[in-house]
Design a protein around this ligand. Sequence first.
Ligand code: NAI
Ligand code: 15L
Length: 274
Amino acid sequence: MPAPRTVLLTGAAGGLGTLMRGLLPQYGYELRLLDLLPIEGEPDAIAADLGDKEALREAVRGVDAIIHLAGISLEASFEKILKANIEGTYNLYEAARQEGVRRIVFASSNHAVGFTPHPEGPAPIAPDALIPIDTPHRPDTFYGLSKSFGEDLAQFYWDKHGLETVSVRIGSCFAEPTGVRMLSVWMSPADGARLFHAALTAEDVQHTIVYGSSANTRLWWDLSTARALGYEPQDDSEPYAEKLIAEHGELDSDNPEHAHLGGHFTVNPPIWPY
Ligand code: NAI
Ligand code: 15L
């Protein structure tokens, strides 16, 4: 497959979309932007809802690949999650199939496996104790459930239609880690762009699931499927550790909010504000 050049970025107005709009063009991509919301300074961005099948077909027409970030990114009612994340992701895959797009990079989430207990013990966790990529789905929210669905949808579209996907179970991709859990699950924006680039360009990915994080000293999960795509993370959250632990204390596995990969989503999930 020739390296993709024109890439549809859904969710381009969001936090991660904004970071990737800044970082991905240096890899040579021409981005076509889509979001429900208008994007300041981007008059050509497509304003469309994932529920609008016709708009999606037009949006995907002629692109080499899609990075699918759009959707509800926190917990919400099942009805809202159903519409935006489950039906919306299905609508996008159908549009991609109908228009012959060959590859999608799907923003899955650690919350698809959020009720998995994280490995115990001092960092670094031994390689054979890291959470493997084939650990069973254990969603921690309706949101996490929609990401489990998205991964299965991706597998189905590969098996049935030959449409390739890399599902990236993103940890926390923000400019800096802001809590002690994030020391384990943080993905720097620059590593995020490296991982998306690897996911767009690796050969013969079929449906590959990877964890999305930096090479954190306190890493909980196995990055080997991401590395097999050519991803070489350059960042580590450790320089933030002393300050964050002084502020918040160490994680306490007796506290249910701290015991699982999904952290507070397992107990007290953040609700989308609208
Ligand atoms: P965000 O909430 O900042 O951005 C999501 C974007 O999707 C928003 O701009 C919103 O307007 C758009 N959107 C929502 N519903 C839509 C619809 N029906 N049609 C079209 N656009 C719609 O979220 P963020 O942080 O940028 O995350 C992006 C993606 O990555 C999400 O799918 C999220 O679940 C996933 N993810 C993000 C992580 C992170 O650390 N930022 C961690 C794990 C997964
Ligand atoms: C996610 O899936 C969310 O979209 C993001 O906002 C963060 O909360 C992240 O997970 C996390 O687990 O920190």
